[in-house]
Design a protein around this ligand. Structure first.
Ligand code: BGC
Length: 734
């Protein structure tokens, strides 16, 4: 590959010199990103006349486009790059970008599941592996991490986020960026550039409907939504993607205050800003541009460097410059940023970078990567209930029933490069654990949304009757979450709830374990009340079937903790742990019966809180203590607690520290996660956790947007989840 790279590079000019030599058309072409079918050399042979005609741009522009979306495969990217360099007058290499979200061919659990591991090192490793597999397959930039804070499980894209907490999301954002990029993109072609998305606040879509309006105050934006994007950039993330939604009434892709003032000026981001798919043209549908010309004008003014998948720039930028509405200096700036990224990736010297069919065969989906995916899958599943039925014993006769019993649909909606064929099915993995494999019977019972057919039910009933324990493999089809995968009813589909009811009626008292494969927190009624144990497996990835079987049989101990609350029902949504108390909180000593902030028909509390998860070990918390009852800016406090594993197996506990500012200038959440620590404890072992808590951790955005702390009363809280905490009052003295 080195030879191929050297032979093809023509020698690099200083970047500004490229700018000077480029025609306006060549510059504009750099700002265009199209998908694979438009590219000559790609396996479908270009199809340049078909789709291109719909874009209304000429072959010359397409051939000189600065980047391509969705191209993968070492040989294919080599072919396309070679073709591109042959056409490109100045020998400027093509940049390849793709969504490598939670794995390339080795698919890791979906990001929401990775969040539930609370393990930043494993998250980083997953991104590093994804980067390596992508890089040897010819990809230079991944459209990840997605760090949108999420509170509404109706929104299908919650599975792409690590959850509802700004602090945790920021840590994961950093971990993913480190994993994707490493610390030397040019020197290490096995990493890829990261593109944090979707800037900004895409996760706050009203009513959980994708692409819908977002309207949050600037304080909310800064406090909850922005920290994770900022953290990614602080970690050196090379690119940013605009979001589809409005922010304060202006679509992000044409939003000058957001992009120019905040992102570029305040944060100093000088990397590439790319629109989301078609988002420049969508400025028209939003109602801030009359036509494609105005859409191009607004996006360019906002500082969007690359237009993804529409052709407003290609068709209108030169006219806008000729008319004096766009200064060519803006185009130069954008082109320079793109050239700089190509340069950082080392593409001028090595246009094929790490693309290498031989290494691709060696490393993609190799055993070491699969082992890492297995480890993370084990750590991402969350045990939600266990009335003593788990772990299973090898001697038990097991019936695996449900639409996910032998389904390969465990990869999730963002795994376009993964293969379901390579996924070990849950039923197979269970069979491999059983002492007598033929004592494991398997039946679908029903479809994901199709009610039990007669024969299906008969097989399920027979399996249930002959077993000691029933494992129900239930969930959502991967199309039921992800982009445009929103639901208003977040229960399991009726067909599966009916299957659960029928099984319970058929064999009352027989232990039932539900394993859930899905992309969002669900309303679990009809499952959690019926089953004796519930394991939330999310979409656990390539090794998910094996990981779940390991957990069911106790060969691994569940340690995942929820990073998004599970609502009692959809009527509570959005429900999240870091909410405000209101002036009439439920349960206050002087609360009236009626005039309090509550529902008449359901509790205020979510069914399962943020931070929650069970283990086969038993963790006992000793008395938590503060080192002093006052803190000053120079004298931090220490919060200590001793945790003991009183169970009979080793396990991992996630000790969590929360804080409440009791009397802020602005109302503060009832709890905010400030720190956590994971402990691996052997049976009988105990460890003391000591968290330092300092004044900086108490700062927040005030009404004048200053980021400071308030002197006065606070409460620190320690515990195993956001609900079961011990309060420790203290004061900040300034
Ligand atoms: C999604 C982005 C993605 C892009 C490119 C869009 O529809 O919103 O998350 O990166 O497509 O595939």
């Amino acid at each position: 590959m080195t030879q191929l790279n050297t032979a093809s590079a023509r020698g690099k000019l200083p970047l500004r010199e490229y700018l000077e030599r480029m025609t306006l058309e060549e510059k504009i072409a750099q700002l265009i990103q199209l998908a694979v079918p438009f590219f000559e050399g790609a396996s479908d042979d270009g199809q340049i006349t078909g789709p291109m005609a719909s874009l209304g741009i000429d072959g010359h522009t397409v051939r000189n486009a600065g980047s391509v979306l969705g191209l993968a495969g070492a040989q294919e990217t080599i072919n396309v790059q070679r073709m591109h360099l042959a056409h490109n007058r100045l020998g400027i290499p093509l940049l390849t970008m793709a969504d490598i979200v939670h794995g390339f061919k080795t698919i890791f659990p979906v990001p929401l599941a990775i969040g539930c591991s609370w393990d930043l090192a494993l998250a980083e490793r997953s991104a590093e592996i994804a980067a390596l597999e992508a890089a040897v397959s010819g990809i230079h930039v991944t459209f990840a991490p997605m760090v949108d804070l999420v509170r509404d499980p109706r929104w299908g894209r919650v599975m792409e986020s690590t959850g509802e907490d700004p602090y945790l999301n920021a840590l994961f954002a950093r971990a993913f960026v480190r994993g994707f990029q490493g610390d030397d993109l040019a020197g290490n072609p096995d990493r890829v550039a990261a593109c944090v998305k979707h800037f900004a606040a895409y996760g706050a879509a009203e009513a959980g409907r994708d692409y819908n309006t977002v309207d949050v105050s600037e304080r909310q934006l800064r406090e909850f939504y922005l920290p994770a994007y900022k953290a990614a950039l602080d970690e050196g993330c090379e690119m940013v993607m605009t979001s589809f939604n409005t922010v304060d009434g202006i679509p992000a892709t044409g939003n000058v205050p957001l992009m120019r003032r905040l992102l570029r000026e305040e944060w100093g981001f000088d990397g590439v800003l790319i629109s989301d798919w078609g988002a420049v043209k969508e400025l028209i549908a939003h109602g801030v541009a009359a036509d494609e010309r105005e859409a191009a004008l607004k996006a360019m003014k906002a500082g969007v460097d690359i237009e993804m998948m529409t052709s407003c720039y290609a068709k209108h930028l030169s006219g806008l410059i000729a008319a004096g509405e766009v200064d060519e200096a803006l185009i130069d700036e954008a082109v320079l940023r793109i050239l700089e990224l190509k340069d950082k990736l080392g593409l001028f010297e090595k246009p094929y970078r790490a693309a290498d069919p031989e290494r691709e065969r060696e490393v993609v989906f190799c055993d070491a990567h699969r082992a890492a995916a297995l480890e993370l899958a084990r750590r991402s599943c969350v045990l939600l209930k266990n009335d003593g039925v788990l772990p299973l014993a090898a001697a038990q006769r097991i019936a695996v029933i449900g639409p996910f019993a032998r389904s390969g649909d465990l990869l999730g909606p963002w795994s376009w490069t993964g293969s379901q064929d390579a996924v070990v099915r849950l039923s197979e993995a269970i069979r491999a654990k059983a002492a007598a494999p033929d004592a494991v019977t398997v039946a679908d019972g029903c479809g994901i949304e199709a009610a039990p057919a007669e024969a299906q039910w008969a097989a399920a009933a027979a399996a249930a009757q002959s077993a000691d324990v029933i494992v129900l493999a239930l969930g959502e089809h991967s199309d039921m979450s992800g982009e445009a995968g929103c639901r208003s009813d977040i229960r399991l589909p009726q067909a599966q709830l009916e299957l659960v009811r029928r099984i319970k009626a058929l064999v009352p008292g027989k232990p039932v374990v539900a394993v859930l494969f899905n992309g969002r927190p669900l309303d679990l009624h009809g499952v959690i009340d019926e089953a004796d144990a519930v394991l939330e497996a999310w979409f656990p990835g390539s090794e998910g079937g094996v990981a779940v079987a390991d957990l069911l049989y106790g060969d691994a101990n569940p340690s995942g903790r929820l990073t998004m609350s599970f609502p009692y029902s959809v009527g509570q949504v959005p429900v999240y742990y870091n909410a405000f108390n209101t002036g009439r909180p439920q349960g206050a000593p002087d609360a009236q019966v009626r005039y309090v902030s509550q529902y008449l028909d359901i509790p205020n509390e979510p069914l399962l809180p943020f931070g929650f998860g069970l283990s086969y070990a038993a963790f006992e918390y000793g008395e938590a203590a503060l080192s002093a009852d006052t803190m000053t800016p120079d004298a931090p406090l220490t919060v200590t607690v001793r945790v003991t594993n009183t169970g009979s197996v080793a396990g991992i506990e996630t000790v969590q520290l929360y804080v409440r500012d009791v009397s802020g200038e602005v109302v503060r959440p009832v709890k905010e996660l400030k720190a956590f620590r994971q402990l691996e404890l052997q049976p009988g072992e105990s460890a003391e956790v000591a968290f330092e808590l300092n004044e900086r951790q108490l700062r927040y955005y005030h009404s004048d947007l200053s980021h400071t702390s308030d002197a006065g009363a606070f409460v620190a809280m320690v515990g195993p989840n956001s609900r079961d905490v011990t309060p420790l009052p203290f004061a900040l003295v300034k």
